[in-house]
Design a protein around this ligand. Sequence first.
Ligand SMILES: Cc1ncc(COP(=O)(O)O)c(C=O)c1O
Length: 275
Amino acid sequence: MKNILAVYNGSFDFLDKIKISPLSRAYTFSDSVYEVIPFYNSKIIAFDEHIARLEKSCEALSFSIKILDISNEILELITKSKVQHGYIYYQVTRGIDNLRSHMFDKDISIETFGYAVEHIFKSQSLKVMLCEDLRWQRCDIKSTSLLGNIMSMNDAKNLGCDEVIMHKNKIITEGGASNIFFATDECVYTPHLSKNILPGITRELLIKDIKKAGIKVEEGIFSIDDLIEAKSIWLTSSTKGLAQVVEIKNQETNIQIDHELFVKCDKIFKDNYLT
Ligand SMILES: Cc1ncc(COP(=O)(O)O)c(C=O)c1O
């Protein structure tokens, strides 16, 4: 944690120097939203898209924010940190209560917190566990309330897995901290956007870029049985890029490692953002 540059309510300091109130609603209620914004070679990947999603998450919870000030603060954090390859974690909290209370005071002031950290963007192969999606009905909001994800991902960890693929009554939703794609020889498939999944920025970039390259993509409703037919399955996120699934612990698959469509999509993504 040493020497990680952070910013709390507009003041820059090292992460281990920052102190927050236990009455921060982030602490008592997870009444907060966040973004993870990657940058490679000091170039931010999809800055506008991340800022737009943060604004949307804040809007959904009626947080009134000054998005321009937040954008400038994030840019300053990247410059000041001198980190070349990494990401910004940035959180907006409703504020600090006088006393813990579900119903917040209308005069409460937004609390902001962010830091810049180094990250190695490397190809990953993942072992995953399939599990029921335990989460709430607004997974489209990038909230810090992530208990469902945390419970499932730690069950997966105890089984020697790196991630989960979640489903609601056999309908695939997403990974614990990622979106899911799978492919046959002809087409790439991914669950359509809904309140059950996070509108991942990597997902959005990938769909746009591979379509442009002539690859067929279908967004829709898919069952966990479709994964049995898949030649390739991968998970996407801002820190993982495209991470190939090499094994599902509790389901049979017919996955081919380094299947042609996965390799093509991965190359398109890396060429566009990680060079
Ligand atoms: C639940 C969930 N879905 C999807 C994603 C991928 O989103 P993005 O590509 O914007 O990082 C994440 C990222 O953390 C996530 O937590």
